[in-house]
Design a protein around this ligand. Structure first.
Ligand code: HEC
Length: 146
C-alpha cells in the first residue's frame, strides 16, 4: 500500500525522469534511456559513483563511460583533477560541481552534466545530501592518477 509520503516521492521521481541516463549497449548499438534516479547508500562513494557517474565518466573516472560518445562536450576525465591543480585534489570545486553543475555549464549551454544536488534532494534530506557529496568527492579522490 502507498501512503501519502511514498506517493510524494514517486511524483518527484517522475519529475526527475529526464535526469539520469542509463545505457544499454546491445549488439554494438548504444541507446540511452533516461530513468528515475535509483536509490543508493549515501555511505558508499563507490556505489554512488558506479550508479550515477560511471555511465558518462567511466568506472575508472577517465571520462570513457558507455554514454560518453553521445555528448557534444565529453564527460570530464575525473582522474586528473589533482594533477591539474598542482597535485592537490580540489574537493571544494568537485563538491560544488556535484551540487550545482559544472562551473561553465551556463556559459557553454552544456546541460549534459546533471545537477546532482537537486537529484539527491529528491532522495534524502539536506544532511544526507551533504554526506552523499562528501563521500562522492572522497571516492573521486581515490581515482586520481598518481
Ligand atoms: C549524463 C552524463 C554525466 C553523468 C551521469 C555525470 N556527469 Fe559529470 N560531467 C559530464 C560532462 C559532459 C561534463 C563536462 C561538462 C562541461 O564541461 O560543461 C562533466 C563534468 C564533471 C565534473 C567537472 C570536472 C572538471 O574537470 O572540471 C565533475 C567534478 C563531475 N562531472 C562529476 C560527476 C559526478 C560526481 C557524477 C555522478 C554523481 C557525474 N559527474 C555524473 C557528464 C556527466
Amino acid at each position: 500500500m502507498m501512503n501519502k509520503s511514498t506517493r510524494g516521492t514517486m511524483f518527484l521521481a517522475v519529475l526527475l525522469f529526464l535526469s539520469v541516463a542509463i545505457v544499454h549497449a546491445q549488439e554494438g548499438k548504444t541507446t540511452i534511456k533516461k530513468t528515475p534516479i535509483p536509490n543508493t547508500s549515501a555511505a558508499s562513494g563507490e556505489e554512488m559513483f558506479n550508479t550515477y557517474c560511471a555511465v558518462c565518466h567511466g568506472k575508472s573516472g577517465k571520462g570513457d563511460g558507455p554514454a560518453s560518445s553521445e555528448f557534444k562536450i565529453a564527460p570530464a576525465n575525473l582522474t586528473v583533477l589533482a594533477k591539474n591543480n598542482n597535485g592537490k585534489f580540489p574537493s571544494d570545486y568537485v563538491s560544488q560541481v556535484i551540487l550545482t553543475g559544472p562551473r561553465d555549464a551556463k556559459a557553454h549551454g552544456s546541460k549534459d552534466m546533471p545537477v546532482w544536488g537537486r537529484l539527491f534532494r529528491s532522495l534524502s534530506d539536506q544532511g544526507v545530501v551533504k554526506l552523499r557529496i562528501f563521500n562522492l568527492s572522497n571516492y573521486i579522490e581515490t581515482l586520481q592518477e598518481k
